[in-house]
Design a protein around this ligand. Structure first.
Ligand SMILES: NC(=O)c1ccc[n+]([C@@H]2O[C@H](COP(=O)([O-])OP(=O)(O)OC[C@H]3O[C@@H](n4cnc5c(N)ncnc54)[C@H](O)[C@@H]3O)[C@@H](O)[C@H]2O)c1
Length: 325
């Protein structure tokens, strides 16, 4: 169905802004709700005037209700993302996660909105028992005292609320993105942090071979998915996904963190000697999604990691002066 009206909470964020563009391109109308605490309206500059922007906090029930008026479908993305915030502001992560979800659910039901799509996360798997990880493995919080799990806790609560309110909707779907990256993805993630560190090291040290300190052994793995591929997956799920369906969206190349540093070194024309350091407490040693469920709907990630890393690094090098002080 064309010409549906979508609300994207967190629409000024990295994924929300790309999703806004994709929905517009598919012939839909878009409204976003964002308090720009992390998002940036400049990300939407090219589609300014084509989307409706409501500035407000997802914890403000009245604002959320207003944002839901005359909407056909909701993408709920507003959340505090960025690993360092899980440790430094776990109370805020849960406040936004839980109150936000309660508010958006209440408003959707009161307004009679029939479709609800939740952005969850690979973090709900924590230390997955099986890799590649399918959607049906048990979700867990290994240690409630570790603030890191504030984020996963908020996502698990949101998933439960979405699924258990399924009867109020024609379609509820959940997607679990796995390490999405790309230009302007924020600064509190491994790839931008590595680019910045590499730039600084390369400015100070002109040797061909450089030492590059990292957290952990470097053998920890992640599976990165380029933003365009993530959006391809979301749009496919939107077209063909089933009611109460949960979908991993990612790529299945399991990449050691040391490789990220080495590949980045190549972009800077350097040979990198990775120097292991203390690991971040609670970080999963390996992560890789099983994406066969979405593949059955036709999904195929297209951008290779080295291609995507090159595009992303270029953006961060060119926009170095925008880094938060
Ligand atoms: N980027 C990833 O790799 C990744 C991986 C897994 C899950 N996710 C999830 O996908 C969604 C989007 O992620 P993203 O990378 O675009 O993050 P992002 O931080 O760029 O976007 C989140 C947006 O939510 C907004 N927001 C935060 N608190 C708010 C509040 N109280 N009220 C209103 N708006 C608020 C921010 O301003 C921001 O624009 C999030 O739910 C995130 O948890 C992202």
């Amino acid at each position: 169905m064309k010409n549906k009206k979508y609300l994207i909470t967190g629409g000024a964020g990295f994924i929300g802004s790309a999703l806004s563009r994709a929905l517009l391109k598919a012939g839909h109308k878009v409204r976003i709700l964002d308090n720009t605490s992390r998002g940036n309206l400049a990300r939407l500059e090219d589609i300014k005037g084509k989307i409706e922007v409501i500035e407000g906090d997802i914890r403000d029930a009245k604002k959320v209700r207003e944002a839901c008026e005359s909407i056909n479908s909701v993408f709920h993305l507003a959340f505090i993302n960025g690993t360092e915030f899980f440790y430094s502001k776990p109370d805020l992560v849960l406040d936004v996660g839980v109150k936000g979800m309660v508010n958006i659910m209440d408003s959707c039901i009161d307004e009679g909105i029939k479709e609800f799509i939740l952005a969850s996360s690979s973090e709900v798997y924590q230390k997955p028992p099986i890799i590649p990880t399918k959607e049906d493995v048990p979700l867990s919080i290994p240690d409630p005292h570790n603030p890191r799990y504030s984020y996963a806790g908020g996502k698990i609560i949101s998933e439960l609320m979405a699924l258990n309110n399924g009867k109020h909707f024609d379609r509820v779907m959940i997607f679990r993105p796995h390490n999405v990256y790309g230009p302007d993805m924020g600064w509190e993630h491994v790839i931008p942090q590595f680019v910045l560190k590499m730039s600084e090291i390369c400015t100070q040290n002109k040797d061909k071979k450089i030492d590059f300190p990292i957290k952990g052994t470097g053998k920890e793995t992640r599976s990165f998915v380029f933003i365009e591929d993530l959006i391809q997956g979301v749009m496919l799920m939107l077209e063909k996904g089933e009611h109460l369906g949960i979908y991993n969206i990612g790529a299945m190349d399991e990449i050691p963190i040391s490789k990220v540093a080495v590949e980045l070194g190549k972009i800077f024309g350097r040979e990198v000697n990775v120097m292991p350091g203390e690991a971040v407490k609670g970080s999963a040693p390996r992560r890789c999604p099983d994406i066969s469920k979405l593949k059955k709907l036709g999904y195929e990630p297209r951008i290779t990691f080295s291609e995507g890393l090159g595009i992303t690094a270029k953006w961060y090098i060119e926009n170095y002066d925008k880094k938060p002080k």
